[in-house]
Design a protein around this ligand. Structure first.
Ligand code: HH2
Length: 274
């Protein structure tokens, strides 16, 4: 794997990452793909619809969630990855070194760590030794409490400094910089205003020089902006607008639940802005 090309060659702008949550409790698709057969069928369908890769996750990080044991996370994701047999480009959404190790052995190409190597620092050596791609995401606090009064001096400056710091850590741990992408972590310890400020000023995060991953799909800030203060998800049309806006401001990989519609919207956007 050491001869792998840089992220932006493997996943050119804009690439769609389809979300396959093998969980009972994810905020928008919890329980939908809990059976391995359903998750595998969803992954194959997303690839057919134009996804560049699918992000398989066995642990929900929705606000308020508590996390699952290593055994349970493996029990959820291993059968899915075995069935996909490395024929589908897969990213593994985990903060656990052992889950990543197993997933990479089963053909996963990218490790998507919402803790940016803070959850289990030994995950860094797993990624370094495998030559996999890595996504470092910003989160303030932890899922259980992250939406309790999040605060920043300047959300974009703070997220940018955090990502620069985690990027430097990953490179010190031996992960090639050209294989790393970064993500502002929409909804992870952020108010509606913080999330839209990050989207509006995404070009400032692009100054980090690394491909940007953005996951605004179905997130509650969309539903809340549209007038429901209790919304826990956002609608498709709002997700599409956020993805196109993110692409226009420099995003490379869009993490989405509704692949076909996002591929259609981004194909048009690319034709206009490329
Ligand atoms: N969002 C979620 C999970 N993983 N990874 C990255 N890099 N960026 C994101 O924005 C992101 C992520 C949350 O969405 P989802 O997977 O649909 O829900 P849950 O965490 O409840 O499983």
């Amino acid at each position: 794997m050491s001869g792998r090309e840089p992220v932006e060659q493997r996943f050119p702008r804009p690439s769609v990452m389809g979300v396959v949550n093998v969980t009972p409790d994810s905020f928008s698709d919890g329980g939908v793909h809990l059976r391995a057969e359903d998750a595998v069928a969803a992954a194959r369908r997303m690839l057919a619809e134009g996804a560049a890769l699918v992000d398989v996750g066995g642990e929900s990080t929705r606000p308020g969630s508590r996390g699952v044991s290593l055994d349970e996370e493996l029990r959820r994701i291993v059968p899915v990855l075995e069935a996909l047999e490395g024929r589908v480009a897969v990213s593994i959404d985990t903060a656990k070194a052992e889950v990543a190790r197993r997933a990479l052995a089963l053909g996963a190409e990218l490790v998507n760590d919402v803790t940016a190597l803070r959850g289990e620092p030994e995950l860094a050596s797993v990624v370094a030794e495998s030559g996999a791609y890595l996504c470092l995401m910003h989160m303030q606090g932890e899922p259980r409490t992250m939406q309790v009064d999040p605060r920043y001096d300047d959300v974009v400056d703070d997220v940018k400094a955090f990502l620069a710091d985690r990027l430097a850590f990953a490179v010190r741990e031996g992960i090639a910089e050209e294989r790393i992408c970064v993500d502002p972590g929409i909804g992870f310890g952020k108010t509606v205003e913080h999330n839209f400020e990050l989207l509006r000023r995404l070009d400032e995060l692009a100054e980090l020089g690394r491909p940007l991953v953005v996951g605004f799909s179905r997130k509650r800030s969309l539903g809340r902006l549209l007038g429901d203060p209790e919304a826990t998800t956002g609608p498709l049309a709002a997700s599409l607008a956020a993805a196109v806006a993110a692409y226009e401001r420099g995003a490379t990989i869009l993490r989405v639940h509704d692949v076909e519609e996002h591929v259609q919207a981004l194909t048009v956007a690319r034709e206009v802005w490329a």
